[in-house]
Every structure is written in C-alpha cells, then in structure tokens.
Design a protein. Structure first.
Length: 116
C-alpha cells in the first residue's frame, strides 16, 4: 500500500492586504464597507471588520461563572470583496503604477487614488 502525502496548499496572489478598506460585493452582507483585519493567502480568504458576524455560545468554565454569547467576524472569500475609496465613496479595481521616485504602488483605477 502506497502512502499518500498531503499536498501543500497553493498560495494564491490576493488583491487585498491587511489594513485595506473594502466593500462586500456578494453575499448576505453585500454593500457593507470595512477594513481588512487579516488576510489568509493559502485559502484566499480575508476577515473584514463588522462583516460576516457569527455568534458563539460559550459554556461557563468555572463554577459560579455564567455562560456568554460571543460575536466575532468570520472569514469571507477574497473574490467577494473590492477595494473602496473613502473620498469618492466608490468601489474600484486596482492597478500598479510607479511614483516619481520610482516606487511601485497600488492605485484605484476609477479614482486614481494611491493606496500604498
């Protein structure tokens, strides 16, 4: 019998990074705007503040302690988010361009706003 080795997941190139402002373009939270709290390139998922809220019921751990209901943000696929311009209030794709100093930066296509 031949042992099968698990393949390492492919690291996908994502268009969003931690700290970017994004708008949700698909799903139950469509239209909401928030900042990216964490990005997971191996699974192409991100956590956005205030979006995809999940509730978790936590049992009491010690005697006399009461249980809790904890709310937290769950992951959302990166293809369901789009960069958002706070100035123009519009979502846009990004492109890469060079500054006058020769540094490569990300820029919103619709507004010309530099992200980095």
């Amino acid at each position: 019998m031949v042992a099968r080795h698990k393949q390492m997941p492919v690291r996908h190139k994502m268009h969003v990074k931690k700290g970017d402002t994004v708008q949700i373009i698909a799903g139950k939270d469509k239209g909401k705007v928030g900042d990216v709290l964490a990005a997971f390139p191996k699974s192409s998922q991100v956590i956005v503040a205030g979006v995809n809220i999940r509730t978790k019921h936590v049992k009491p751990r010690q005697e006399g302690e009461s249980g809790q209901i904890v709310t937290e943000e769950a992951v959302i696929h990166s293809s369901n988010v789009m960069h958002y311009s706070e100035k123009e209030k519009v979502a846009s794709r990004i492109c890469h361009t060079f500054t006058d100093e020769g540094r490569k930066v990300r820029m919103l296509k619709k507004t010309g706003e530099v992200i980095d």
